[in-house]
Every structure is written in C-alpha cells, then in structure tokens.
Design a protein around this ligand. Sequence first.
Ligand code: HEM
Length: 455
Amino acid sequence: MAKRNKAASLPQASIADSVAFATQVALPTWSKGLIVRRPGAVALAERARLDERAVRQMQALRRKYGDGPLLLRLPVRNQAIVLGTEHVRRVLDESPEPFATASSEKRAALSHFEPKNALVSQGAKRAERRQFNERALEAERPVHRQTGHFARIVAEEAERLMANVAPAGELGWDDFVASWGRIVRRVIFGDGAADDTALSDMMTSLRSRANWAFLAPKDRTMRARFHQRVQDHLDRAESGSLAETIARTPQEPETAPSHQVAQWLFAFGPAGMATARALVLLASHRAAEARARDEAADRAATEKLDLPFLRATILESLRLWPTTPAVLRQTTRDTQWDAGTMPAGTGVFIYAPFFHRDDENLPFAHRFEPDIWLNPQRQGDWPLIPFSGGPAICPARNLVPTVGSLMLAELLSASGFELVQPDTLHPDHPLPGTLDNFALRFRLRETASPRDATG
Ligand code: HEM
C-alpha cells in the first residue's frame, strides 16, 4: 500500500457534486425511511428508478475523484463518502474505534426507541451490550440452538397464512407481513406474544418518529410503555424462545436487555422484506425455483434445519435490495489515508447499493446469482455487505437467513407462486434497483412441474 499522506486533507467534492450526492443519493435513501419504510416514497423510488440513478451518481463521483475517501462540502459538518473497496473493509474492520457505530444521526434516530442499544453505545457499555447480543443471538453459529423450535413456529404460521389466503387464491404483502409479525413475536418472546400486535404497533409508531431523527420530539411515555411491555414478555422466558436464551445469558448492570431486544423486533421487519423479495426472485426464475423446491422437499422429508440454497436466496435478495443501504460511522480521531487526513468527528457514509450493484466491476450486478453465496470465492474481496462487516457486523447475520429460509421452504411446500405484481421481472433482463415490497402480490398455483422449467 502507498505511504499515507498525513499532511494533506482528503480530496473534496465540488459544491455541485456535493449537491448532486445530497439530492440523488442521500435524499432518496432518507426519504424511503431509514428506520421504517414509507410506502409512498418506496413506490416513487421504484417508478422513478431513483436507486439506479443513485448508483450511477456514485460511479460518476468515483470516475472523477478516484477512490477517495471523498469529503463533501456540506454546511453542517464534515462528511465523507467511501468509494474504494479496500476503504470499505478498513472502515468496517476498524469499527468501533476509530470508526464509531454511534454516529450522530444514528444516535438521534435510535434514541426514539432504544437509546441504550449496542449500535449507539460506546466504550465499555458498547462492549458489554455487543457481547450480550452475540451470545443471545448465537452470532457465530450457522444455526441457532433453538432453531428446531423456530422451525415449528414457522411451519404453523405458514400453514395458517396459506389457509387464510387460499380462498382468494392470492398472497399479498399485507397477508405476508401479518404472518411474519406473529413469527417474529413468537421467536423472540414465545407464544404468549403471538397476538400482541399492540407491541408491534407501538414499535412502528416509535420507528416512524425515529425516521425524523433530530426533527421529531421523543414520545418518552410511549417509549417507557414499550420497554415495560418488552420486559414483561422477556420475564416469562418462554421455553424455546429467544427470551429463554436471554434468561441464560450473563448480564451486567449496563446490559439493558429491553434496549437490545427493541433492535431485534425492529430489524426482523426488514428480514420479512428480504424473505418476501426472495420469493419474488424464485417466482421469476424457474430454474432456481426448481432447486429451491428440491431443498424444501428435502427439508419436509428430513426435517433438516440448514437450507443452503434458500439461505443463499435470502442473501441474494439482500444484495440486490439491501435493507440497510446506508452504513454510517463517525470518526473518533483523525485518521490517515493514502489521499490525506480525515479529521476527527467526520461522518462516514458507505452506500451498500453502490458496491452491490456496481456494473462497472461486477458481471452479475443486476442478475439473480445465488451461487455467489454458495461459492464465496466468486465474490473475491469485493464488499457485499448486507449485514455490514468487521467487529460490528450484524449479530443476526445467521439467524435472519435461517428464519427466512425456513419460511420459504414452508411456502414452497404448500403452493406454487406466480408473480402478479411486479409484472415486469424477467430472468434475461436486469433486475430493478428498487423492489417495492408493499405492492407485492402472488397468485397461488398448482406446483406440478417446476423441474421441467428453464430460466
Ligand atoms: C434483513 C435483516 C437484517 C439486516 C439486513 C441487518 C443488517 C444489519 C447491519 C447492516 C448492521 C450494522 C449497522 C451499522 O453498522 O450501522 C446491523 C446491526 C445489528 N443488527 Fe442487524 N440486520 C438484520 C436483522 C437483524 C435482526 C433480526 C436482529 C436481531 C434479532 C439484528 C440485530 C442487530 C444488532 C443487535 C445490531 C447492532 C450490532 C452492533 O452495533 O454491534 N439484526 N444489522
């Protein structure tokens, strides 16, 4: 690596390019909702192809300024964007010091519902809370020890879902998400929370405020009620649930379990989106659907819990449509780069879709290519980071594909799915930059002959 240039400041974008980044990348990302998606803005992004434009804007910045990191000219504070692949690795590997996860905007947003979460904590408190999350979610295990129980929950809820939608012959987003919500509450808290939609509604309301970060006043009363309700569910420590694992996990005075679990409830929402979009990918790619059906049939026969192809489909759904598009950091001290110095207190913005959909470097950028997750050498060193990376990587990076793949297996075992909305996907055409989950609709069909199909 070239010697790092300590004296010079990093390259700085012109005012016009800073405005272009703010309006074409940051604003659409923020408008869709960073904490809870706004359906109208997601629909607009799909129609106007805003995510595709954002990636092209990032490519133009890289062509003009090189690998950066690039400082923007913004009135508020120092803000850098990451354009080079090895810089992505560096920022993630060197989190949380000197690249703190607790950036100002993240603290402002998450303090609406989980001010003591690991993501927005620092120092000893962060270390303690991170360790609690890793242990309770069994971050390092490909399959969590409670997965046998989770699989039974998923099977029951999928059966109930399919029974509900069978008369109409169609599965839409609202049906799917209601079923997913029951799965999430049962997985985290046990059957006693299955019908607690009020808890999920409170979460949605707090998340809607969090979308506005500094700009919305906090509803401290609702936040306190929400945490009390989470704690009441945790206190039951129901057998088979994550609450039971929590009861066995060591805690220290600053662990604040309900603030960690708030993130779980929140983040299982995007996991539902990723699962529904994975079903879209299978419904529009018949050869992959046949592989998925084989795996689902195998699971039905053997009860195996690890489903590599379906897991890869979930990961691919997250590569194509990352649910955490903006990975944000803030520097705790000056950092040195080949191109110059980044001052302490600089916000660092990694835009995941730029790396996931970079058609100037990735031959599969806009294709459904689940095999890249089965053969990681095909990714090389390229940063595909749906769960971020390094020491602050999502501790549910295994749990999310586990639960999602079990759901896909149940749905595929129960029915065939024909896409009604969107009606434009084709295996030979580039996949769109946005896939509006709220508009998804599938027609149920007989499952006779996916093996014969191609595509
Ligand atoms: C589609 C589903 C999910 C995706 C794509 C995802 C992605 C991510 C990403 C990118 C981060 C890092 C954020 C940052 O650095 O700013 C993160 C952090 C985290 N995620 Fe997830 N996540 C998902 C679901 C979940 C679920 C279901 C849970 C818990 C059950 C969870 C627990 C956490 C926690 C506790 C952190 C904070 C880690 C830390 O700061 O050390 N996530 N997730």
